[in-house]
Design a binder for this molecule. Structure first.
Ligand code: UTP
Length: 275
């Protein structure tokens, strides 16, 4: 399936990254040489996406968009000339599901990727192409085997029939079930390919876990109708949403970076050698 549009929910308040996020949105924090959001847009572009709908909280639209579009005398960012970026404001942080729903009008009746703005792929370990290849018209959610800690942090799938080594039917979904209630260890780790029918599921949702409108509950609705698959990833995404994982993301992408990897690797080796 070809997917030409991606929604990037980036309207969370980033409380776990305070104080860095007091006045700078989490997705604008730099990772090596570019803000987190640019890494995410580039991942989508590598998968053939030309249009991005970024969901932001009020007041930061210009900051975020001037990065790509070049406002007030700046040129468009090199390499992004043919890319369309649409801004959608989520007035209140009512949850990830609510953020995705705000993109409904911009997406229309098209299948779309949903890329969480605080999760980054290491280039070369991209998974979006696998989601598109796995889809038979149904939504496909990227899954990853979670450890105990992850079962408190992510939505978790109720797996059904396996359709291939990595592809499984999703029969249900529970947000942050914890170890005791977890139906499996297969967690939703921040990359989704949705059939637009997910918007109908989101429309009708009441607040769920944590009092927020949960994307996981909409996935549970799709699963009820037999309209959802999972694809088990063979690589982790990097999480820039907490202090410790932000550091890890910077280190990992520094080791990937064509210009900086050599000196960064040598520096880390020296540092560890000294410790
Ligand atoms: P998180 O819960 O990880 O992000 O949401 P957060 O709310 O920014 O983090 P903390 O807990 O306060 O530190 C996952 C993704 O969903 C988006 C976030 O921007 C992030 O990409 N999100 C979350 C929204 O866009 N709107 C919301 O109301 C909630």
């Amino acid at each position: 399936m070809h997917v030409d549009v991606a929604v990037i929910p980036a309207a969370g308040r980033g409380t776990r990254m305070l104080p860095a996020t007091r006045s700078v949105p989490k997705v604008m924090l730099p990772i090596v040489d570019r803000p987190a959001i640019q890494w995410v847009v580039e991942e989508g572009m590598r998968a053939g996406v030309g249009e991005f709908v970024i969901v932001v909280n009020p007041g930061v639209e210009d900051l975020l968009f001037s990065h790509f579009e070049g406002m007030e005398g700046l040129d468009t960012l090199e390499g992004f000339d043919g890319v369309t970026i649409t801004r959608v404001v989520q007035e209140e942080p009512l949850g990830l599901g609510h953020a995705v729903l705000q993109a409904r009008e911009a997406v229309g009746d098209r299948p779309f990727f949903c890329l969480l703005g605080d999760n980054l792929a290491v280039p070369g370990l991209d998974q979006l192409g696998y989601l598109a290849a796995a889809s038979d018209g149904r939504s496909v959610i990227l899954l990853r085997d979670l450890d105990d800690e992850g079962l408190d942090k992510y939505g978790v799938a109720v797996p059904g029939e396996w359709l291939g080594e990595r592809i499984v039917e999703v029969n249900g979904a529970i947000e942050k079930p914890g170890r005791d209630a977890a139906p499996s260890r297969l967690g939703f780790v921040g990359r989704y390919l949705f059939n637009p029918e997910v918007f109908d599921r989101l429309e009708g949702l009441d607040p769920g876990y944590g009092g927020e409108i949960q994307l996981t509950d909409a996935i549970a609705g799709l699963a009820e109708d037999g309209r959802c698959l999972g694809y088990v990833a063979d690589a982790d995404l990097l999480d820039v949403g907490t202090h410790a994982t932000y550091l890890e993301a910077t280190a990992r992408l520094g080791l990937w970076h064509p210009e900086h990897s050599k000196s960064w690797r040598a520096f880390l080796q020296d540092l560890v050698g000294d410790a």
